[in-house]
Design a protein around this ligand. Structure first.
Ligand code: G6P
Length: 594
């Protein structure tokens, strides 16, 4: 996600802000900017690298300022969409990390009240709301503004003529860096490590008012004293938020990713958010094209849409789509691509467009090539994914697919309500899987001794078996294959035995009984059997040699909790084998050749 920084002290703010922004570059960004206040507020921002901004920016005078590296989520990367964002008077500047779910409604209201917006961002509503509520006290105005906001945020607010910074957070991290006669605010620790290692972690709902020698924190209206911590990490460790690898950090981000991706779609605040293509196109001819992990998301989508909308969905691997001759007229096409730059997927998109189809892209990168070719784009809000192995982007793609299927569902309204509730609970359920990490790590140690593994499942979890095998092979270099459990007897049985473990993904749906039979077949052939099953499943506990349990969810959501568990299993197996997890050999994050 975006990186944010604030500085207040005796020194010139500009070079310090720029240096801090450089320390945030690892997060990935497309534009950046700073605002510095002396008597008035001066802003400089653009869709450039920090280095370039430092080279071309005029000298901004002042010892208090804020800065931002932006990873676009609302509106393409451009100068006008870059942060900081101002109010109408040009006196209030805001940098923001997070997603404001109800920004369209707020923007309409504020526009009707005479506010003039210049960007496409969700953030800009915050500076205007603060302006609206400002009556001589900046902190109170920020508090009032945030009461209107639904979504996630870490913000820093700067106002001309006010020698202070106001910071607030909800579902997005924010820290205060403490030093002598100067203080910092940042989205994460690496930003400030060149200046101080004394850190206060702001908590949910905190509002901080920071001057050069004072820090005031209010938590839900009550004054609290922030506890100071000494950071002992190196800058590199800190960039991974203390996790050993980006992959592990990204796996752990998934509760937040689910909230952010769903926020804009299922939030009651914006019920009008709708996909345009489906109203016109022939729903019966739905085609989903993707590569790699995104293709596995497409396969899960096929089952989700099948169950909720009751229509067949055709799925194609993008590189093979070239050889498919049939594109029925009126096909409603969806491509799924984290990067929005995968060559095979882009080629498929162009072919679909040439055939007269409307194409919707589901992507994580605003302004990517896929988003430019598509007729409509639905963004996942996973934030930049640095590790080559896709994790949080997959989960975010599933969230969009659940939302889509629910939007067009033909099932009973009570089922829709119960599933919407289930979606809202998913961050918690995923957190429970993450809390089970130590147990999964023990099983990974066991798995790491083998060279061949089969993942089996049925129904909506069959693609999860494919994804589990893909994660394991790409980062641990263990040969792993995902199989439909029913297909195992048509060949792979010949390979089963004591040296080939089988991992069975078992959901409490209409596949359950048959999966039990398949597990017995595998055990009879001498393979060690590891099961991934719902908590409290005694039949599995008895049958399997090892069981990883996942929390109970509606079976349609089981791919989410199961995949997160398998991501952790792959991660710890690779770690045990000493593999270079974030950058596996021969693989690239974005494959831009056919
Ligand atoms: C590469 C990446 C995978 C990704 C696939 C598709 O192989 O290593 O993690 O799933 O490309 O990428 P896309 O950006 O189109 O989702």
């Amino acid at each position: 996600m975006c990186g944010i920084i604030g500085y207040i002290g005796d020194k010139s703010a500009q070079p310090i802000l720029l240096n801090c922004l450089k320390r945030l570059e690892y997060r990935g960004y497309d534009s950046c900017g700073i605002a510095v206040a002396a008597g008035s507020l001066e802003v400089y921002k653009d869709a450039v690298r920090v280095e370039e901004l430092a080279r071309v920016a005029p000298q901004l005078n002042g010892t208090v300022g804020i800065g931002h590296t932006r990873w676009a989520t609302h509106g393409e990367p451009s100068q006008v969409n870059a942060h900081p964002h101002l109010d109408c008077s040009g006196k209030i500047a805001v940098v923001h990390n997070g997603v404001i779910n109800n920004f369209q409604r707020l923007k309409r209201q504020l526009t009707a009240e005479g506010h003039n917006f210049v960007s496409e961002t969700d953030t800009e509503v915050i500076s205007h709301l603060i302006e609206k509520y400002y009556a001589g006290n900046l902190e109170k105005a920020v508090e009032a503004a945030l009461r209107d906001v639904d979504g996630s945020y870490a913000i820093i607010v700067l106002m001309a003529g006010e020698p202070k910074l106001v910071a607030a957070r909800k579902d997005s991290p924010l820290i205060i860096g403490v030093s002598d006669r100067e203080n910092f605010i940042a989205s994460d620790v690496p930003a400030i490590l060149d200046y101080t290692s004394r850190v206060i972690y702001l908590e949910e709902g905190d509002i901080g008012v920071v001057t050069k020698d004072n820090i005031k924190i209010r938590r839900h209206g009550t004054k609290v004293v922030g506890k100071e911590h000494k950071v002992l990490w190196s800058v590199e460790d800190a960039q991974k938020a203390g996790y050993e690898h980006f992959m592990l950090k990204e796996i752990h981000e998934q509760p937040r990713v689910i909230r952010d991706t769903l926020g804009g779609y299922i939030s009651a605040a914006e019920p009008e958010t709708k996909l345009v293509m489906m109203t016109e196109a022939n729903l019966e001819n739905m085609l989903v094209v993707a590569c790699g992990t995104a293709y596995h998301a497409a396969l899960v989508g096929k089952y989700i849409v099948g169950e909720l909308v009751g229509i067949p969905v055709r799925t194609e691997i993008a590189c093979e789509f070239t050889y498919c001759h049939q594109i029925p007229a009126g096909t409603a096409a969806i491509v799924i691509t984290q990067s929005g730059e995968t060559a095979d997927t882009l080629k498929a998109m162009k072919r679909l467009k040439e055939a007269g189809c409307r194409v919707v892209a589901i992507t994580n990168v605003v302004g990517s090539t896929a988003s430019r070719i598509a007729d409509q784009t639905i963004y996942t809000r996973a934030g930049p994914e640095i590790s080559v192995a896709a994790t949080k982007s997959f989960t975010a793609q599933l969230m969009v697919l659940y939302w889509l299927a629910l939007s067009y569902s033909r099932v009973d309204i009570r089922r829709v309500d119960s599933l919407t509730m289930g979606l809202r609970q998913l961050p918690e359920k995923v957190q429970q899987v993450l809390d089970n990490e130590d147990k999964i790590r023990q099983y990974a140690d066991y798995l790491s001794r083998y060279e061949n593994v089969f993942f089996i499942s049925r129904g909506i979890n069959f693609p999860v078996a494919l994804e589990g095998a893909l994660k394991l092979k790409e980062i641990s270099y263990i040969h792993a294959e995902g199989y439909a459990a029913g297909e195992l007897k048509h060949g792979p049985f010949a390979l089963l035995g004591a040296s080939t473990p089988v991992i069975a993904i078992v959901a409490r749906d209409n596949t359950y009984e048959t999966m039990l039979t398949n597990i017995k077949e595998v055990k009879a052939r001498g393979s060690p059997l590891m099961a991934l099953a719902e908590e409290g499943d005694e039949a599995i506990e008895e049958l399997a040699d090892l069981v990883i349990t996942v929390p109970r969810v509606d079976a349609i959501f089981s791919p989410v909790v199961n995949t997160v568990a398998l991501q952790l299993l792959a991660y710890y197996t690779a770690k045990q084998r000493g593999c270079p997890i974030d950058f596996p050999r021969n693989l690239a994050k974005s494959v831009t050749v056919e």
